[in-house]
Write a protein that binds this ligand. Structure first.
Ligand code: GLU
Length: 329
């Protein structure tokens, strides 16, 4: 696998990315992450990549990808590599990178680090307790112990998923904004999925492979993916690829303290674009991130020199009523 240095030509060039899933219109929270990732790269004179994470054919649509690129451009966030911009590390749509994920699976298979899993969803849910009420289930490792004969027998009636043998012990990393982090992947997730039984490659695998192959040196994204970083670091290590640096930004919440979801239609970018100019929205986001003292209009590029003022250590950021169309329920 190509290393970060081989792609960038120098370890000093920062290569950051925004990697949205085109599963609907972006909302304010997605824009906030995109702005943070973009400002971090631009403030270091780095290279910005856009990668469209459209692996799941049930949820992702090309029209959403077009829309999100239009929304990013509208806000003033550009990219140097990605759809419409070219670049040496394409294709930049995950749906066109499946052969690379299969290559990585072969590498893992040769090391005996993946195994087929025949468990049904119902079996999985019966066998494990939900984690932290977050819909995360720990896989108890049932199929890790199957014999070759059992695998052959089960394969006759059911296509297996593939799981990664997550090493025991803690994974440590230094988050750019949060400082030292430590996660026990085996205790939290167990052997996590790398390919679903319908053949769709899992998020963790695709992201790890792409970040490595695209020479990404810096990942700035939402804090909902903090624990996933540990899974990705385990995969990168198994693949012999260098790890980027990771920084996780606080999630935006509604008045009730709940994370924003695509259901809150008044905060989707379509609704926001109808009510605000790009500068007004950018200025409001910059204020929420601590870059500005007041939510005054500002173009994205005007915020680049202010990026070091960002305060990403807060647990969450509540969206103020001034940005909402509908009063809080
Ligand atoms: N595609 C993921 C999402 O939209 C983000 C992936 C990442 O930044 O690692 O939630």
């Amino acid at each position: 696998m190509k290393t970060a240095d081989a792609v960038s030509g120098s370890a000093k060039i920062v290569r950051g990315r925004f990697a949205p899933s085109p599963s609907g219109r972006m909302h304010l929270g997605n824009l906030c992450c995109a702005l943070a990732a973009w400002l971090s790269v631009r403030s270091q004179n780095g290279v910005m990549l856009l990668r469209i994470e459209d692996l799941d054919p049930d949820r992702c649509k090309p029209a959403y990808a077009e829309q999100l690129m239009d929304d990013l451009r509208w806000l003033g966030l550009d990219w140097d590599e990605g759809p419409g911009a070219g670049g040496d590390c394409g294709p930049y749509l995950q749906s066109e990178r499946r052969a690379l994920y299969e290559d990585a699976l072969q590498t893992l298979k040769a090391q005996g680090k993946i195994y087929p899993c025949f468990c049904t969803r119902a079996q999985l849910h019966a066998a494990s307790a939900p984690h932290a009420g977050d819909g995360v289930f720990r896989y108890p490792g049932t199929c890790r112990r199957l014999s070759a004969a059992e695998v052959r027998e089960k394969s006759r009636t059911r296509a297996p998923a593939l799981r990664f043998c997550a090493p025991a012990g803690t994974v440590e990393f230094d988050d750019l904004f949060l400082g030292p982090q430590s996660f026990d992947v085996q205790a939290m997730f167990g052997d996590f999925l790398v390919r679903r039984s319908d053949g769709v490659h899992a998020y963790q695998l695709a992201v790890a492979v792409d970040d490595a192959r695209m020479g990404v040196t810096e990942v700035v994204r939402g804090r909902d993916l903090l624990a996933s970083t540990a899974c990705q670091l385990q995969l990168l290590e198994a693949l012999g690829a260098p790890a980027p640096r990771y920084g996780h930004v606080p999630l935006l919440t509604n008045e009730a303290g709940r994370r924003l979801s695509k259901r809150e239609r008044d905060l989707d970018v379509g609704a926001l674009r109808a009510r605000f100019s790009p500068e007004a929205l950018c200025g409001s986001l910059a204020y929420l991130l601590g870059l500005l003292d007041r939510p005054e209009p500002a173009a994205a590029r005007e915020l680049i020199p202010l990026f070091s003022k960002a305060d990403f250590s807060r647990p969450a950021i509540a969206v103020p009523e001034t940005l909402r169309l509908f009063p809080p329920q």
